[in-house]
Design a protein around this ligand. Structure first.
Ligand code: SDX
Length: 430
């Protein structure tokens, strides 16, 4: 075996046997380890990787993140350029189809999305089953799952035309359901889509229109939300994308696969962090309380929500863009008093050894909640505002998984550490 070949030679010291495994794209295929056995009838070696910290679950062309350099690209396009020049619907097209659309394809895509913004009236009956203060993410998980009952043909996940039809339907209906979750919590009548407005303008209309005959979309807020949707659209194999792929791998329909992804996003360690950041800033209450709070984070009593990332060991490029966007929004909405606490918290944390050593930087969730709050959203809506655009990324990942011949139903193995065989004991003998 000559040096610098793309192989790994392993010696099993239990047997003295040597194995040479091919290195492909910086990885070893885990199944190669099964040939390494102590005895002939052994199962062979597995790879143990809780939380998949060092495991590639798929080959994907959708999104690239370089955590050390703070790079994020959708289908090769840098997030900074997409945020500056594109729109969320164009980015959704890019994620799903793999290339930016020409004008004809763009207009057809926007038309298809626009004419599917209505949601079946029975969904509203389901909505009325929720308490007025039910968390919006709990409602979204339920509504997405319930939509699968209206579209039984979406179970035909191997049919490309049906896959595309339901991708369009889901992207189109997310804002409508999200807006209705908000109106339900406010006790306000539901506002139906106004298809003369664009995707984000229509969403704002369904959220905030009251008695006026036509909702007046504020162009600055509309643009800010469109950029926020672009920034949240995908992020390669994050927890919720993994959930979408895992559930989708059983050939569940896209509505149920995305209900699972939405449930994963709900967690405060993931998309629920934007809500947790706002609650944290409110709890800190004043810049003078920051040093004590930071000490609590360093002794493990609390987490600095909106900081840290499994992949980014540098500033999250999305956080940088959102921080700039915040100032544009506050020009319209008035300054958010919590911004001062957030800026001071960031300044202190970025100079504190505990955070520097662990490479903990602000992530996408640190500043986004300040903008959402200033735009009039309650904190329960913050993760919903994450789920709307991320539906495009989840659907791109779900489609790619189905088209990948290397993929099968996701079914990890385990290291069994439980009891050995034992006999049943009648209850009167225990
Ligand atoms: C998102 O994966 C994605 O791409 C997700 C996302 C996307 O777009 O899909 O980017 C969106 O979910 C962003 C992350 C939002 N979550 C938060 O802001 C919650 C706060 N952050 C963390 O809980 C944490 O940083 C995670 C969950 C984001 C990452 O956790 P890891 O990679 O599992 O790291 P870890 O928990 O093992 O922490 C490593 C060390 C630990 O200290 P030690 O045990 O080494 O002493 O860093 C510490 C942790 O205690 N640490 C923190 C911290 N995050 C990590 N300490 C204080 N505050 C924090 N926020």
């Amino acid at each position: 075996m000559s040096d610098n070949e793309d192989t790994l030679t392993i010696r099993d010291n239990r047997t003295g046997n040597e194995f040479t495994l091919p290195i492909t794209d910086g990885t070893i295929n885990a199944m190669e380890f099964r040939q390494i056995k102590e005895k002939e009838d052994d199962f062979g070696l597995m790879v143990y990787d809780p939380a998949f910290k060092n495991t590639a679950s798929c080959r994907s062309a959708v999104t690239l993140i370089d955590g050390d350099k703070g790079i994020l690209r959708y289908r090769g396009y840098p997030i900074e350029q997409l945020a500056e020049h594109s729109t969320f619907l164009e980015v959704a097209y890019l994620l799903i189809h793999g290339d930016l659309p020409n004008q004809v394809d763009h207009d057809a895509w926007v038309h298809d999305i626009t004419i599917h913004t209505y949601v079946h009236q029975f969904v509203l009956r389901a909505m009325d089953g929720f308490k007025w203060d039910a968390h919006a993410m709990g409602k979204m998980v339920s509504l997405l799952g319930s939509l699968s009952t209206f579209y039984p043909d979406s179970k035909n996940v191997r049919d490309p035309a049906l896959r595309h039809e339901h991708i369009v339907k889901i992207i189109a209906k997310m804002p409508t359901m999200a807006a209705w979750c908000f109106r339900h919590s406010q006790g306000r009548p539901y506002v139906y889509p106004d298809n003369d407005l664009d995707y984000v303008g229509n969403f704002l209309n369904m959220l905030f229109r009251m008695a006026e005959p036509r909702y007046e979309v504020n162009p600055v807020l509309r643009k800010a939300l469109d950029v926020l949707f672009i920034l949240h659209a995908d992020h390669e194999q994050n927890c919720s994308a993994n959930a979408a792929r895992a559930v989708g791998s059983s050939e569940a329909d896209p509505y149920c696969s995305l209900a699972a992804a939405t449930a994963a996003l709900y967690g405060p360690l993931h998309g629920g962090a934007n809500e947790a950041v706002l609650r944290m800033l409110r709890e800190i209450g004043d810049v003078k309380n920051i040093p004590a709070f930071v000490d609590n984070c360093k002794n493990g009593e609390q987490r600095l929500m909106g900081f840290g990332h499994r992949v980014y060991k540098n500033y999250d490029p999305r956080a940088r863009i959102i921080k700039g966007l915040a100032h544009e929004v506050f020009e319209i909405t008035g300054n958010n008093p919590l911004l001062e606490i957030a800026l001071e918290l960031e300044k202190i944390a970025l100079n504190d050894e505990y955070f520097v050593k662990r490479k903990l930087y602000p992530n996408v969730d640190f500043y986004s909640g300040l903008i959402y709050q200033s735009m009039g959203f309650p904190v329960e809506m913050f993760p919903v505002l994450f789920a709307i655009p991320r539906a495009a990324g989840w659907l791109a990942q779900w489609s790619e998984m189905l088209a990948d011949d290397a993929q099968k139903i996701a079914r990890p193995r385990q290291i069994y550490v439980g009891a050995g065989e034992r006999s049943y004991i009648p209850i009167d003998k225990r």
